[in-house]
Ligand binder design. Structure first.
Ligand code: UDP
Length: 482
């Protein structure tokens, strides 16, 4: 292909995220980053997931200056043979009735492999970015000679710990152990091991899929976890690009609010925050899929009440409701948001000075990007590992739970209030945490700016994929539109 043609034909990249807000939102942000570089990007999901993707894509497509190529959305219907596995429209980890439905959802997603193969075959993009939890996409893209990039939800520290747990066969049956050969002294309890390690065949499939893939993209930035960024790249044959924090690609309040479900009607909340002093409000959220017991919700409510702090607490609409009379009692000091909150907008409000988080990786990184210290309250998956990064490596957190305490134990109101006060008070320890968090927030923004580490990684990746297409890959100039 001559240079002229190469500039005219955009790099065509398909993105296939796990159907869950914690994976769809950051992957759409990555697609936006590629699109701003001139790539023709397409997000693939299923029909009931359109509401999680459409607002963000439409907002990006109407941006000024306009994107060189609009971001496309391609909807792959589930084959009718699996309809009995899913209640109607429940095609997302956050919308299935409970976590016990996840195996059915994963079986249904796996049934997409044949239609997905046909789709890739007919469009033949220059690159596929697919979720790490879809290892079966590696064989499909290898068969079609399309380079596959793995998108990892968690950060680099967590990925290094996973490598280590894999290498040491999750340290046998020991109830507690020290992670060997990493830059920090990290202890781990058995229940903190991500559940993937209970499924050796899945671990094997993930390893095999990585061997077949072109490389790995991670939503993190070098300066946040430099020793682990080096360690992770040291594995022979592995190539990794650190592109985050990808949420920072959303600059205007409008763009930030359009991520995910983009529910409207938060003007009153924003106006209320405008009346609060800088750094005086704590934002409390347990993400989009975690389930809290009724007892735990009651203790959180009581804890926030006795902490005396101002707060915004996001409560999932599917979960237990807050105790009777609670919202009246805290009126003027606390607001409960039911359902979906514009998290990144709220974290960026000057009145918000701290974040109580379940340590989902996006939330951790969004808190860091906003320069906020956090109360760490992990519940499942790799959240326990993220907690260790926040507290033991970065030093910007306060634990909600005593170290070594079983996560099934309900955290009492006094502990909740104590953790929130420690986070929000003005003592030396709190100031030190706040100062560190602010510094990481500054580094995060620098990483995403022109010349910053994540921007440089993105430029290199796109250049490399474009070169590869010119030399050995397929030349297909068609840009689809849906
Ligand atoms: N999120 C949001 N509003 C909500 C709940 C979640 O904007 O009410 C977003 C949040 O900003 C993050 C993602 O959903 O980008 C959740 O991902 P995370 O990894 O933090 O947790 P998960 O939901 O996967 O447990």
């Amino acid at each position: 292909m001559g240079p002229e043609t190469q500039t005219q034909v955009p790099l065509r990249v398909f993105f296939f995220p796990l159907m869950s807000p914690g994976h769809m939102i950051p992957m759409i942000d990555v697609a936006k980053l590629f699109a701003r570089h001139g790539a023709a990007t397409t997000i693939i999901t299923t029909p009931a997931n359109e509401p999680f993707a459409r607002p963000s894509i439409d907002r990006a497509n109407s941006s000024s200056p306009p994107l060189p190529h609009s971001i496309n959305l391609l909807l792959l219907p589930f084959p009718s043979s699996v309809h009995h596995l899913l209640s109607s429209g429940h095609e997302n980890l956050s919308t299935v009735p409970s976590s016990s439905d996840y195996p059915n959802l994963f079986t249904a997603i796996f049934s997409l492999s044949t239609p997905f193969h046909h789709l890739l075959h007919s469009h033949h993009p220059d690159c596929l970015v697919s979720d790490s939890i879809f290892p079966w996409t590696a064989a499909i893209s290898a068969d079609l000679n399309i380079p596959r990039l793995i998108f990892h939800g968690p950060g680099i520290f967590s990925l290094c710990i996973n490598d280590n747990l894999d290498l040491h066969d999750a340290y046998g049956q020991a109830t507690t152990f020290t992670i060997q050969d990493i830059p920090h002294n990290i202890q781990m309890n058995r229940w903190e091991v991500p559940p993937t390690f209970n499924l050796p065949s899945l671990v094997h499939m993930l390893r095999d899929a990585e061997d077949k893939s072109y490389g790995v993209v991670v939503n993190s930035f070098y300066e946040l976890e430099p020793a682990y960024a080096e360690l992770y790249r040291r594995k022979p044959g592995r190539r990794a690009w650190y592109l985050g924090p990808v949420s920072l690609c959303n600059e205007s309040a409008d763009e930030k609010a359009m991520r995910g479900l983009a529910e409207t009607g938060h003007e009153e909340l924003m106006a209320w925050l405008d009346t609060k002093p800088a750094g005086s409000v704590v934002y409390v959220s347990f993400g989009s899929i975690c389930e809290l017991s009724g007892d735990q919700v009651e203790e959180i409510a009581a804890g926030l009440e006795i902490s005396g702090c101002c707060f915004v607490w996001v409560v999932r609409d599917k979960g237990p409701s807050t105790p009777e009379g609670f919202e009246e009692r805290v009126e003027g000091r606390g607001v409960v948001v039911r359902g979906w909150a514009p998290q990144v907008v709220l974290l960026g409000h000057v009145a918000v000075g701290g974040f109580v988080t379940h340590c989902g990786w996006n939330s951790v990184l969004e808190g860091i990007s906003a320069g906020l210290p956090v109360v760490t309250w992990p519940l499942t998956y790799e959240q326990f590992v993220n907690e260790k990064l926040v507290n033991e490596v970065l030093g910007i957190g306060v634990r909600a739970r005593r170290d070594g305490q079983d996560p099934t134990v309900v955290i009492g109101r006094e502990e909740v209030a104590g953790a929130v006060r420690r986070l929000m008070d003005g003592g030396d320890e709190a100031e030190e945490r706040r100062g560190k968090a602010r510094e990481y927030g500054r580094m995060a923004r620098t990483a995403m700016e022109e010349g910053g580490s994540s921007r440089v990684d993105l430029d290199r990746l796109i250049d490399e994929l474009s070169q590869r297409r010119g030399v050995g890959g397929e030349e297909k100039g068609e840009v689809i539109s849906h």
